[in-house]
Design a protein around this ligand. Structure first.
Ligand code: BTN
Length: 228
């Protein structure tokens, strides 16, 4: 896989989609900082120097049903969690569908977009900068450096994530779900669920990757949205 490295980009995700349109394949794009990082749901992703900001595309599959796209985003979350843990001596949790938390605070965000028959994954890990960089923008996330005091080699972590991802993406759906359930954040706790516009108890992820919650004594399936 070819590494395209830039000091600054608006967004590695946007750049990757342009490269894909221009016929480039088999690459990973990494930037030292992003001036307009893309988060999910049209949000901006703050990407200062020191963090790991990269995007890559997944091998083309014959057809790409929506279900596969969805499971791939879950698989990438599990893969990223494992890779980060192998560099830091800490235990991470996954907030459904694929935010990664350390001490209940977000340290990594993942976006997965379908472009024709390709999946473009964008991963942002708050590695080597202090959480004060995020607090300036009233963002309640944290950084691995603030939580652990450790500085790591972003390129090595990026390679580890891509390797783990390639393995996880080949795993059967059931195995991805059991991994996700093992590391699921907030189990047994009440949280606000955007899909329900209200609080519910987090139970587990089902065989289709949906979140199962208890809402007023009723078991409900959450197909989309977020836990706040
Ligand atoms: C989220 O909203 O949680 C997803 C954030 C994804 C951010 C990463 S940083 C690298 C890549 N380039 C982008 O513009 N976004 C993703």
């Amino acid at each position: 896989m070819k590494l395209i490295y830039k000091e600054e980009l608006e967004s590695t995700q946007r750049y990757s989609k342009e490269l894909l349109k221009n016929g480039e394949r088999n690459f990973v794009v990494m930037a030292e900082r992003q001036s307009f990082g893309n988060g999910r749901r049209g949000r901006k992703w703050i990407s200062p120097n020191g963090g790991l900001w990269f995007s890559f595309i997944c091998e083309k599959s014959e057809q790409l049903p929506d279900e596969l796209v969805y499971f791939s985003t879950l698989a990438i979350g599990v893969a990223t969690k494992k890779a980060i843990e192998s560099y830091y001596n800490c235990e991470l949790k996954i907030k459904w569908p694929n935010d990664i938390l350390l001490n209940n605070k977000k340290i990594c965000g993942i976006i997965c977009e379908k472009v024709e028959d390709y999946l473009v994954f964008g991963i942002g890990v708050n590695t080597n900068f202090l959480k004060a960089e995020l607090e300036k923008y009233s963002i309640l996330a944290t950084s691995l450096m603030s939580e652990t005091g450790k500085i790591i080699d972003n390129r090595l972590l990026m390679q580890e994530i891509v390797e783990e991802a390639n393995q996880l993406l080949k795993m059967p759906k059931g195995d991805i779900v059991s991994e996700l359930n093992r590391y699921l954040a907030y189990k047994g706790e009440n949280h606000y669920i955007t899909y329900l516009n209200g609080m519910a108890e987090i139970i587990e992820v089902d065989e289709n990757g949906n979140l199962i919650v208890f809402d007023s004594g009723e078991r409900k399936r959450i197909l989309a949205g977020e836990i706040i």
